[in-house]
Design a protein. Structure first.
Length: 354
């Protein structure tokens, strides 16, 4: 029995890497981190010391020729995902790439082609597929507890939460977009995963970038992803709305990094003819149904696992067995196509067909 740990490299040592990827690899008995890579060597070296990682580098290409490294996590800026992933796949590495897979759909397809061509695993960081509550909901839907599912509505709206105004998050060339590609991708992928990835027929969307366009007049209490850079760029949307028609249920969405309503709303509602479910994003859910003329409201309780650890564990097992998992690029293609279509619909001002 081979008990050797799989040697991995983590590319990018920012927030998602330092808080989730690196600790999850460190705790997992299947893995050993050999390299930490970051353009800021001080950041990589600090984390390497904390987690006893032997090597750091500022250039990910330094790991490509190391045959010991079998798998990598890519936690860099959105616009670099595709090029780094493709080079790593071409070098024979399995890849876990943070979401979004890429900043446009064409590049997502190029990533999939590279994975297929090289016979390697390419998973995307759609962590909700490993969330316990989401998987309970998927099971209930699969078992027919909601009956015919006819509509899903999701809301991902915050009062004043534009991240790092003027920085990478609000610069389209780096991020690929605003609240839709940042928050919306999680909600849409969660929905498609839960309902079995039905074919999409049409998409209609609209986006607005109103609250952040006058950056110095943007009022806020705090700002995640760093302080504002008033000399920077704001060319992304802070609000999105959309309607998606599938071969199954319709899906509607409203999302906002910033809105002039002082309430946050982060939830998904699944509507069926036998029952409904409301999921608080990242939290618990309620089931609504009827029986014998009586209305029922159920708040299930169950043990939960760490979705980020489970995501890393699933990726390592997929790489070890060379067998695609639920976060494979094959399953994320649909979400990427719909996000691309929502942006195109908004630009054209009308509904488009997929």
């Amino acid at each position: 029995m081979n008990l050797a740990k799989m040697k991995v490299a983590v590319i990018g040592c920012g927030m998602i890497s330092s808080s989730q990827h690196i600790p999850s690899y460190d705790k997992n008995p299947l893995a050993e981190i050999k390299y930490l890579v970051d353009i800021r060597q001080d950041r990589a070296m600090e984390l390497a010391k904390q987690y006893q990682v032997p090597y750091t580098t500022t250039d990910f290409r330094d790991i490509l020729a190391d045959e010991e490294v079998e798998a990598v996590s890519i936690c860099t800026a959105n616009h670099t995902h595709a090029s780094i992933a493709i080079e790593c796949l071409n070098a024979g590495k399995h890849v876990l790439c943070e979401k979004p897979a890429a900043i446009d759909f064409e590049r997502v397809l190029e990533m999939k082609a590279a994975a297929d061509r090289n016979g390697k695993i390419l998973s995307i960081g759609v962590v909700n597929r490993f969330n316990t509550a989401v998987n309970k909901i998927k099971q209930l839907i699969d078992e027919g507890e909601l009956g015919t599912l006819y509509h899903i509505y999701c809301s991902f709206r915050a009062h004043r939460s534009i991240p790092g105004l003027g920085g990478p998050f609000t610069t389209k060339a780096i991020s690929g977009g605003g609240v839709l590609i940042d928050w919306g991708i999680h909600f849409l992928d969660l929905i498609f995963y839960s309902i079995g990835e039905p074919a999409v027929k049409t998409v209609s969307g609209a986006v607005h970038g109103e609250l952040g366009k006058n950056m110095e007049q943007y009022a806020y209490i705090d700002m995640w992803a760093g302080p504002p850079d008033y000399n920077g760029t704001y060319d992304v949307e802070d609000f999105v709305t959309g309607l998606i028609r599938t071969e199954g249920p319709t899906i509607s969405l409203n999302g906002a990094w910033a809105q002039n309503i002082g309430e946050s709303a982060m939830f998904v509602e699944f509507l069926g003819d036998k029952g409904g479910i409301k999921l608080q994003y990242g939290g618990d859910f309620k089931i609504y149904s009827t029986k014998n003329g009586v209305l029922h409201e159920i708040l299930p309780t169950f043990s939960k696992t760490d979705p980020f650890y489970d995501e890393i564990d699933s990726f390592l097992n997929a790489a070890k067995e060379n067998k695609k998992n639920r976060a494979s690029i094959d399953h994320v293609i649909l979400t990427s196509a719909v996000i691309d279509a929502l942006y195109k619909s908004a630009e054209l001002g009308g509904e488009i067909s997929l």
